[in-house]
Design a binder for this molecule. Sequence first.
Ligand SMILES: [Zn+2]
Length: 470
Amino acid sequence: MKLYNTLTRQTETFQPQDGNILGMYVCGPTVYDHIHIGNVRPLIVFDTLRRYFEGFKGWNVIHVQNITDIDDKLINKSIESGETVEEIARVYTDSFFELLKGLGVLQPTHTPKATEHVAGMIELIQGLEKAGFAYEQDGDVYFRVDRFEGYGKLSGRRLDDQEAGARIEASSQKENPFDFTLWKSAKPGEPKWDSPWGEGRPGWHTECVVLSHQYLGNHRDIHAGGHDLVFPHHENEIAQAEALSGEPFFRFWLHNGLLSLGGQKMSKSLGNFDYAKNVLAKYDPETVRYFYLSRHYRKPLDYSEEGLQAAQTAVTRLRTMLTDVESELRTATGTYGNVGSAFVASLSEFRSRYIEAMDEDLNTVAAIGVLQELVSATNRYRAESTAEDRMALLDAVALLKELGEPLGLFSTGAVRESGLEDGLMTLLIELRKQLREKKEFTLADQIRDQLADLGVTLKDTAQGTIWSLS
Ligand SMILES: [Zn+2]
């Protein structure tokens, strides 16, 4: 598997350091607002990468995603709204997890909150201060960038680029304009923790260093996030971690390209942005994922209604083939002849082309192309094959589902996947039958009506009750 590594600016062969255990840290949300459509991209992209690692490489992924629940943005929102920082954090943390579910994104292995790890952050900052990498000014603590030789290696920025430095933040307290805050003293009324430098709060860049070490240990394989995090966030993480340990913090740094809206840079201050939950209210999760994955993750992506509608049409085509074949062959049994066998043999080529695409720096664009070609080939076969060879279509359906899984297609939304659903439906149908036999019609009808609310239709036939998804 090859991945583009921002640190080396090269596409490199990737393999977990420790057998089949893989540690992946993806920078999580600052919970002061709902997630907007730009910040959905890393959620979908790195979920797809994780699913592919697990499903096709057999690697066990430890996926860490932090929740930044203390930050200037939360404090400002608290001042504006009158709600406490804790209340704001709770509301938008819930909203974040709700969104993950809505998008069919796998729950990360660990989702630590910054406020639960302040002691570890103080310890790191103390270590940096003791080693001469940090200094205090009036209760604030800064990282001394020119003491760390590797500063700028991720982003390619040079410390003598004074103009760039001056743009970051003009502060007379700092020795160098690139110096960044490790600890910030608290103003009256702000959330605060005791520290050797007085009451205050830790900085965002320190949070991800501490949580990476705590939850991944030595499995620090991949650190990922949006391209806007390369500088200063990830650069500053590397500086803190490597200044103290002297060893590489993470081996691979992955960054997704940013989103534009109608060809313009998306910006909250300009007001041209949308919340992800609004998009999910209009489109099903498979369509949303398909849209985001239909462009290579490192390229910029322009968000548009037309793009989403095109994705919806494409997803419908895949789904229609699946459901049609499944309902046609629901009761079919038996084997297939030579024609069917030849068709099944031809399927392995789709699988290897898909793997080739995904192995090449997660080329989901090409992978999606393979899925669509598979559907075309299957539809052609459907039209041409005779009854005795139709069973071969089930192999095509199984393959389509397998290849769709990392992309998050067919595992959410309307298409049934697991045997569990079948088992549960059989159970409910049997229960309803017994209730009807006992003349408990109210309860029996309740089962039917509540299933209908969930989108499941029951139909009573001479052969028994059958169910379908509406
Ligand atoms: Zn981070």
